[in-house]
Design a protein around this ligand. Sequence first.
Ligand code: GLU
Length: 286
Amino acid sequence: MIVTRFAPSPNGPLHLGHAWAAIVAHDRARAATGTFLLRIEDIDGARSRPELAEEFRADLAWLGLSWTEVKPQSQRVERYRAAADALRTAGLLYPCHCTRAEIAANAAAQGPDGPLYPGTCRLHPIEPGPDVAWRLDMARAMALAGPLEWTDERRGIQQATPDLFGDVVLWRKDAPASYHLAATVDDAADGVSVVTRGIDLFRASHVHRLLQALLGLPVPRWHHHAVLVGPDGRKLAKRRGAAGLAERRQNGEDGPALAAALRAGRFDSSLFDTGICLADTIDLAP
Ligand code: GLU
């Protein structure tokens, strides 16, 4: 049975880009009489605003979607800790106290998320303490896992190249598990069989595939969908002025009509600002 999920972070209101992501996940499950899950990804420390979860539910219902809600991430921290402990016991994690500024100053190359970690604390190990992050020793992890493949429903079989990210942080200083660890552990725990998410996160799936191998988790399929961009070619974002769904809902707009226009790709309709369209490239500017 197909299980998909929409996994928003309650850091800000949902906008059209989220509506589209939710619709893709919802419709992918419904087309196969599967299950569509909602998972609130609320472990982003100070940025997380729990009251937004209620607003998200109202937004999704307004769009005409129905879902099964699973536990929010804030209630799963022990699972993430167990996963991190297993990786640490296997000798695959090391503590790191480098700041963003230090990494930027010493990085020799860029990764998908910014400057690539230059390996400072792997080369010069530090004592673990409460204020450290834990990084994956990527070379060691890949050697242990061996060559890995994963399948995207739209782009076919992929050879996993998680080393694009270098030694990723799996346990953060300022919050529990990183996105990579939490999302991978949760998708397995929730029985997600098709992970749908925006094409801008395509590369993250290389890391998730590696974590599945290291943690002995089932391997889903992926479905990276095109994402909505504005006239500047950048992903819609609240901070760049994308109208929030809650605002549109409260203004009395017709949610199912908006969902239908998104499904039909009718971006020339008056429901959308001029210049909004779908972009399907992996190299989307952040
Ligand atoms: N919480 C993540 C986000 O909002 C989820 C990404 C994913 O679907 O894996 O970007």
